[in-house]
Ligand binder design. Sequence first.
Ligand SMILES: C[S@@+](CC[C@H](N)C(=O)[O-])C[C@H]1O[C@@H](n2cnc3c(N)ncnc32)[C@H](O)[C@@H]1O
Length: 786
Amino acid sequence: MGRNNRNNWRSRRGNKDGQGSESKGADTRGSAYVSIPTENEKYEKFYKESGLIPEEEWEEFWSTLKRTLPTTFRFTGSKGNALNVLKTLQEVYVPHLSGIIWEGQPVAPPTPLPWFPDNLAWQMTAGKAVIRRCAPFKKFQNFLVAETTVGNISRQEAVSMIPPLLMDIEPHHTVLDMCAAPGSKTAQLIEAIHAGEEARVEAAVAQGDKVPEGSPDSGGRPTGLVIANDADYRRSHMLIHQTKRLNSPNLIVTNHDATWFPSIRVKEENGAVEYLKFDRILADVPCTGDGTPRKNYGIWRDWTPNGAFNLHLTQVRILVRGLQMLKVGGRIIYSTCSMNPVENEAVLAAAIDRCGGVEKVNIVDVSDRLPELKRRPGVSEWRICDKDGAWFSTWEEVENDKKSVERMSRMTREMFPTENKKPLDDSTRIPLERAIRVYPHLQDTGGFFITVLEKKQEIRAIKPETGGRKKMAAMAKAQAGKEIDGDVASEAPEAAEGAEITPGETPAPVTPAVVEESVPSEAPESPTKRKIETVDAAPPTPPAAKKTRLEETAEAEPKGEASEPWASKKTSEKTEAKQEGAPQKVGRKNGGQPIEEPFKYLSPEHSVIKQIFDFYSLSPRFPRDCFLVRNAEGIPSRAIYFTCNLAKTILTMNEGKNIKFIHCGVKAFFKQDVQEPDVCPWRIQNEGLPIIEGWIGEGRVVRAKQKSTVKGLLKELFPKVNAEGYEGDASTIAEIEEQVRNLSMGCCVLKVEKGTGEESFADPLVLPLWKSRHSCNLMLPKDERK
Ligand SMILES: C[S@@+](CC[C@H](N)C(=O)[O-])C[C@H]1O[C@@H](n2cnc3c(N)ncnc32)[C@H](O)[C@@H]1O
C-alpha cells in the first residue's frame, strides 16, 4: 500500500511462467522474485491455519501471492484533459496493442478495472521484456510516462484505489488523511474535492465581474480542504512531491504523529476557540503490509506474527484520535494492506469500544458499493498465533499457558475477538462483517482491508486502554511473580491498570480516563503545556513514550529490498525532536531537520497585489486576500502562492501554535528579471494558470486557433515579433504576431481555442507567454514542453 506510486513505469522482473489474469491474452509477467525466494514457513502456516482462506481456495491464494502484480494506473477524473487522454488510450492505444504476439505468446492489451467507476482505472499484465522490446508497448510506456508527469495519470496499486472511492467526498468537505505518504490516496482525495470544478468555474466566469449577491462567492472553486499528514518528515516531502502535480490550493501538508494529531483552531470569538472537525477522515494506517508480498518482496524474508502485535496499539490510537476529530455524521475510513485480524477487526472493535460502542460509532454497510469488486466480509472470530506457531482463541488461554509471561508481553486482551460471543440481535454487537476483505486471488490484486465507520454521536468519554505493551509486560512480570510469590502477583496487575499515564509509559494519546470532547473555552498555547483533560485539543507528548511508540512502528515495518522505510527509527526521532521544539525559527536546524519557512499572507492592499491585479486586470471576483509568501518578513521577493480561504484561516489562526505545516499553496506568480523598470515583473506561473486564467482581463490575452502556432512556439524558443522588415519568423507565429506586437512587455496568456480538423486542438489550451522587446516565448518547463 502506498509504496507503488513513484512515477516509475519500469515493469518488474519476470520470466514467462506466470499464470493467466482476467484479461484476454497470455500473462507475460512471470514470477517476480528473482533474488528473494517466495517462501516463508511462518507466513504460510499462519494463513493456512488461520481459517481466513477457505481450504478449496488455498492453492489459488498461495500461487497468486507468488506472481507479480499487474501494473495499474488511474486517470485524474477531475481534469477534462485527463479524460481526453483516456479517450486516446481507448481509441488509439488499445486497438494498437491488441492481437500482439510476442515470442509465440499473445500479449494482453491494457484493460479497465471492472469495479472502478467510469473506466478511469486500468491494468496491464505485459511483462518487462515485452514493454522494453516490443515497439507498440514501448511507445505506450512513453505515453504513460509523459501523461503521468503532467498529472493526467497516476500509477497506483488497484486495491489502494478503493478507500477514497468509499469516502463520498464533496467539494465543500474538510478531509484529513492521517497517514498520507507517499500520497497516492491523497491524490484521489484532492481530485474528489476538485470534482466538477472546471464546469463550475466556467459558469462563474461567464457571469462576469459583478460579485453575485447572497452566499460568499467562491468563483466555482471548491471551499473544502484536504489536510494530508505523515509522521515521517522525509516521507511527508514525498507526499508534497506526489501531490504537487495536482496544483491544488485546497491542500495543507502536516508532519505529526497521528496518534497525537493536534487540534486545529478555526474560530476564536470572545475568547472561545473552535476547533476544526472533519467531514471525512482516511486512516490508512502503518501496518505489517502482509497483503503486499507481490510487490514488497521483503515480506517473504521478514514476516513474523509479532509484526502485528507491535502495530496494533498504534493503529487503535490513530483510529480513536481520528474518531475524536470527526464531525457527528462524518465518516472515517480505516484501511490496511494487511490481512491479519489483529491489525484489522481487532483494531475496529477496540476503537469502537473505547469510544463508547456502536451507539457512538458504527460500521457502515457498503455491500452495495463497487458491485464488481470481489470481496469477503470482515470476520468476528479469529485466533492469534505467536512466534512459535502456538494458536490462542481467547486471552484466558494465554493467561493459562505455560509460556504466558513471554506471550503476555506481546499480546493484549483487546487483540482477541469479543463480538463472536454476542447474539446476532444484540444491539451492542459491532457488525464486523461489514468490513471489506480483499484477497489477492479474488481479482489478481494485493491483499487489503477497508472499513467505513460513521460517527453517530459526540464521544463524551474515551475508555482507558485495556493494555499497552508496557502494561502487558508489567502484567507478565506480575504473572511471573505469581508463579514465584503469590502476594506480589496479586497486586501487580492492578498497579498496571492504574498506570495509565505515567512518565516513561506509552500513554494513549486520547486516553485520559474521562475525556470531554466538547471544546475547551480556553485552548492552551502549546500542545506540550496542555492539560490532558482538555482533549479534543492535542494532548501532551511525553518524549520517551512517543519515541517508544514510533520505534515499535519502525521495528514492525518490513525491511525488504522493495520496502520503503516509513517511520524509520532515525527519521521518527528527528520528527519528534522537531515536534517537541520551541516555536519555529527560520533558517535554523532543529534535531537535524530543516525548519519550514513560515506562511505569511499578503495584505490585499499590498503594492505587489495591486500591481498584479492592475496589470492583468484580474476580476474583482478573484480573491485578493489569499496570496502568501514563504518568508518570516512577509516580503514578496520571488514566488507568490495562492491558497483557498479555509487554508488561510487555518494557517493564520494556528501560527506559532506548534503545528507543523510543511506545505500549502500553488505557485501563482514568480518574479522575473525585466528589461525595463516599468514592466510588471510578476509572471504567471504555469501551476497557477488554471486557477487564474478565467479571471484575467482581455488586455493580457492572446487568442489563437491553430496547432501550428503552438508548434511554432515550441520549436522556436524566441520567435521575433517586432523587428521591422524581418520576415523570417513571421510564418512561425503568423496567427498571433500582430496581437503580440501590440502588447506591452511582460507576461500574457495564450488561449488556443478548440476546434475540429487537422489544424485544431480537440481541447482548449491555455499557456503562459512572455512578451519581450523584440520576441515572445512560452514560459513552460521542459516536461510540459515535451
Ligand atoms: C501505509 S502507509 C500510507 C500510504 C498512503 N496512505 C498512500 O496511499 O500513499 C503508512 C504511512 O503512515 C506513516 N506513519 C507511521 N506511523 C505514523 C503515525 N504514528 N502517525 C502518522 N503517520 C504514521 C508512515 O510514515 C507511512 O507513510
